[in-house]
Design a protein. Structure first.
Length: 246
């Protein structure tokens, strides 16, 4: 069984993912944004899940959570599920936090980044992005294009890791809305499979997945120069490099 961190576990797909992995017998660590959200994950904690509490829009809180996790049993896989749909926190939560966890958390050999079909509407330009989140400078689509590109960059520069992105579909969650048309169950199955399965397909890297099938991502995702520019901007913004030796 694997030890798996699921960020953004207090509701929706994150909660369902953590719940399913616990039921499969995995050692799961869940994440709540603040103490008020801990009650939402308490049913998972009572079933044996570990817990971290950190506001991913606050870079120091992210670094503190990583330091705490590095003092515990190693994590085998991370499902980067935490996300927001609008506002100044878009870049810190949707892009910078996954970057920092990828760069600094010791141990994981698998990283699964939650993307969206909306990433195809993102703009492949990094000029003027406020990575610190003092103001809103980009859209949700842009943030998902960036994090999907991060996935591809990790897959390219760290071939000993399994790095993949998942489009869960437009599912009925607090973010997606009650009228969302896609299947909620299928919305969390692929990330669970990529995090823990030994199926041959699940042991591949660099994929953009929808319902356990590889899909074509935005052309910029696999553009090496765009990947390198993104990594350089994130390193400059955070002071943290993404090591090529993992």
């Amino acid at each position: 069984m694997s030890r798996i961190l699921v960020t953004g576990s207090a509701d929706g797909l994150g909660f369902a993912t953590a719940q399913a992995l616990l039921a499969q017998g995995h050692d799961v660590v869940v994440h709540a944004r603040n103490e008020r959200r801990v009650d939402a994950v308490r049913p998972l904690v009572e079933r044996g899940a570990g817990l971290i509490v950190a506001d991913f829009s606050d870079r120091e809180a992210v670094l503190g959570a990583i330091a705490d996790l590095n003092g515990l049993a190693p994590i085998d896989a991370v499902i980067h599920n935490a996300g927001v749909i609008s506002g100044a926190a878009l870049m810190p939560v949707n892009v910078v936090a996954p970057y920092l966890v990828t760069a600094l958390l010791a141990g994981p050999r698998r990283h699964i980044y939650l993307s969206s079909g909306m990433h195809r509407g993102g703009h492949a330009s990094l000029d003027g992005v406020d990575w610190a989140g003092a103001r809103a400078t980009r859209t949700y689509s842009d943030s998902k294009l960036f994090v999907t590109t991060l996935m591809a960059a990790v897959a390219r520069i760290s071939p000993d890791l399994l790095s993949n992105a998942v489009d869960p579909g437009w599912v009925p969650t607090r973010m997606g809305g009650a009228g969302a048309p896609d299947d909620f169950g299928l919305g969390h199955e692929t990330q669970e499979w990529l995090a823990a399965s030994d199926d041959a397909e699940a042991l591949t890297s660099g994929g953009y997945w929808y319902h356990r099938r590889r899909q074509q991502a935005h052309p910029a995702v696999n553009d090496r120069s765009f990947q390198d520019d993104l990594l350089a901007r994130l390193e400059d913004a955070t002071g943290v490099p993404l090591s090529r030796s993992r």
